[in-house]
Write a protein that binds this ligand. Structure first.
Ligand SMILES: Cc1cc2nc3c(=O)[nH]c(=O)nc-3n(C[C@H](O)[C@H](O)[C@H](O)COP(=O)(O)OP(=O)(O)OC[C@H]3O[C@@H](n4cnc5c(N)ncnc54)[C@H](O)[C@@H]3O)c2cc1C
Ligand code: SF4
Length: 559
């Protein structure tokens, strides 16, 4: 059957929002608030590919409540799950056998965490969804937006929901095939988070990144632990840089103590790393054995595991935000403040700004034009200032390494803070994509990672088990190779096929026959935790992450 010939049903809304993350849900709430304040009606639908809201959300998270204070000022009374205020905020430089704590007065105030809250961002989204539904927003979990739809003038008209019931062979399965409906809207807001699959297509189609630097990314790998009461220090926030990464590889860790004896611990490796033998997963596993870290986890139990890429390009990588019929909000555009390791406040605020622009346009009788007032509102907002002040932190790390680059970054942030955004470095550029940063394996030595001990460190498969990942097995592989020959014919000889190591879920394997010959590339798509790293880091840019059947993927409980 030719899928483009299928007769699809459609539904109409004023605004459709793709993604029930902080950006999408804040946008939905704001649209309803504006309508209510002006005594009008506006219909809003939110589509979410996870089986429920929050199922695919993975974050630290220390949350700056600045946007939430604006959106729902009485969030405390309404029971928002931000129960643990930060009380102790530490930054360590790690060496293999010891550590040095940086005094907090050495760090610019923007990096301090007092006044922020430790929480599960997934649970915050679950709560935001209840607030949105109470205002009349329609939320559809288990519905993946698979493709953008355009009108006769080339404007974004809405999205097509993914088909259900197509077999691995690409053919509709007897009795179960359900064609995905089309959702049409006056404006479509793209809040898919980092490396959105629709956002990627729209950025390309509308050339939204033609005047910005390439987007940069990291991969964040997280575990949630329950630790003995005596190890738990509610409100403690620890960040580290240094070991186990070398000076040329950017990244660092977090450990947040919150809730009832819960510890969120994780590691971010910047995806511009050069050495294709690096395994971010194994770096994280060995990090937990550090003398500064291990005592907190001793006697504890790992409850959950997951991974997600994080946008890191910041200020100079923000693409054009609005185009005819739609706009990018949150991490689909990339509003993470890297030195603060925070993006949820900016995701919410940009969702709110886009919502205000869309509501104004709709009430003025417009539709599917460009929401230029959203772009203007972003430039006038605190999000712009938040990102502008830290714009050189990541390029300095990339250029000078962790020690010198980190020091220069701190000095630069002091300067921009004192001088209203001015920097002696001007605005440094990101010159390469992360895929282009990968060097041939011949320039590097393989890394011998320690074996996991099953107490503090674990292997990939037992980890993925804790992410509750589930995909219908009889469906087309959602990790689409543009050229199926590249992994073995090019990536393996040149880069020792790094997908085997950068994927935190063991999805990609190179298998050999019993003689150790005839390598073949295997994709265990059912294990995919939707982190998007393969779409970003494959040196040949040969992998397109597409939406699997709605509801598939991880089922994170409190991540
Ligand atoms: C490891 C890590 C640690 C972090 N730590 C912090 C922190 O401590 N503090 C902080 O403030 N920020 C932190 N961030 C950043 C923060 O998580 C993001 O900035 C924020 O989640 C972005 O919100 P968003 O709504 O844009 O996207 P997301 O939170 O990613 O939400 C996007 C939603 O859209 C859904 N979706 C995607 N594509 C589709 C589709 N095609 N159809 C339907 N649904 C779709 C996804 O399933 C998801 O639910 C961290 C990020 C990472 C990865
Ligand atoms: S297959 Fe890609 S998106 Fe899925 S877990 Fe692996 S790297 Fe992440």
């Amino acid at each position: 059957m030719a899928f483009d010939a299928i007769e699809r049903e459609s539904m109409e809304y004023d605004v459709v929002i793709v993604g029930a993350g902080p950006a999408g849900l804040a946008a939905a709430i704001r649209l309803k608030q504006v309508a209510e304040a002006t005594g009008r009606e506006i219909s809003v639908a939110v589509l979410e590919k996870g089986s429920e809201v929050g199922a695919h959300i993975l974050s630290g998270a220390v949350i700056d409540p600045i946007a939430l204070n604006e959106l729902i000022p009485d969030w405390k009374e309404r029971g928002a799950p931000l129960e643990t205020p930060v009380t102790d905020d530490r930054f360590y430089l790690l060496g293999p056998a010891g550590s040095a704590q940086l005094p907090s007065f050495a760090l610019p105030p923007l990096m301090h965490n007092h006044g922020n809250y430790i929480a599960s961002l997934g649970n915050v989204c679950r709560w935001l969804a209840t607030q949105a539904e109470a205002l009349g927003v329609e939320i559809y979990p288990g519905f993946a937006a698979a493709a953008p739809i355009f009108d006769e003038h080339g404007a974004l008209k809405g999205v097509q929901i993914g088909d259900m019931g197509i077999g691995r062979d690409g053919k509709p399965k007897e009795g179960v095939f359900t064609p995905g409906i089309e959702i049409h809207a006056k404006y479509t807001l793209i809040g898919e988070g980092v490396r959105g699959s629709l956002a990627k297509k729209l950025i390309q189609r509308f050339q939204l990144d033609k005047d910005s630097d390439p987007q940069k990314f990291g991969i964040g790998i997280k575990e949630l632990w329950e630790v003995p009461k005596e190890n738990h220090k509610p409100g403690l926030v620890i960040h580290t840089a240094g070991w186990p990464l070398d000076d040329k590889t950017g990244g660092g860790s977090w450990m947040y103590h919150f809730g009832e004896n819960l510890v969120s611990i994780g590691y971010v490796v910047h995806l511009n790393y050069k050495n294709p033998y690096i395994s971010p997963f194994d770096e994280f596993q060995r990090f937990k054995h550090h003398v500064e870290i291990a005592p907190y986890l001793k006697g504890g139990k790992r409850l959950s595991y997951g991974a997600r890429a994080i946008t890191e390009g910041g200020f100079q990588s923000i693409p054009k935000l609005a185009f005819n019929g739609g706009a990018l909000i949150g991490c689909s555009a990339g509003f993470v403040n890297v030195p603060r390791i925070k993006g949820s406040h900016n995701a919410m605020k940009t969702g709110m700004l886009a919502a205000e622009a869309a509501a104004d346009a709709i009430f003025a009788g417009r539709q599917r034009d460009e929401l230029t007032s959203y772009e203007e509102a972003y430039r006038a907002s605190w999000v712009y200032k938040d990102l502008q002040r830290v714009r050189n932190a990541k390029p300095l790390l990339s250029k000078f390494g962790t020690a010198l680059g980190g020091m220069l970054g701190v000095l630069d942030m002091w300067t921009t803070t004192a001088l209203g955004g001015f920097s002696f470095f001007g605005t440094m550029r990101h010159t390469k994509t992360d895929a282009e940063s990968t060097e041939p394996a011949s320039k590097h030595e393989p890394i011998a990672y320690p074996k996991p001990d099953g107490v503090l460190s674990f292997d990939k498969l037992s980890s993925v088990y804790l992410s509750n990942t589930n995909h219908e097995e009889d469906q087309p592989v959602h990790l689409v190779l543009r050229n199926p020959a590249i992994p073995i014919d090019h990536n393996l000889p040149v880069y020792s096929e790094p997908a085997q190591r950068y994927c935190p879920a063991g999805v990609y394997e190179v298998l050999y026959d019993e003689r150790g010959a005839n390598p073949r590339f295997q994709i265990n798509a059912q294990n995919c935790v939707h982190c998007k790293t393969c779409d970003i880091k494959d040196p040949s840019q040969n992998i397109d992450w597409a939406t699997p059947e709605g509801g598939g993927g991880p089922n994170y409980p409190n991540m």
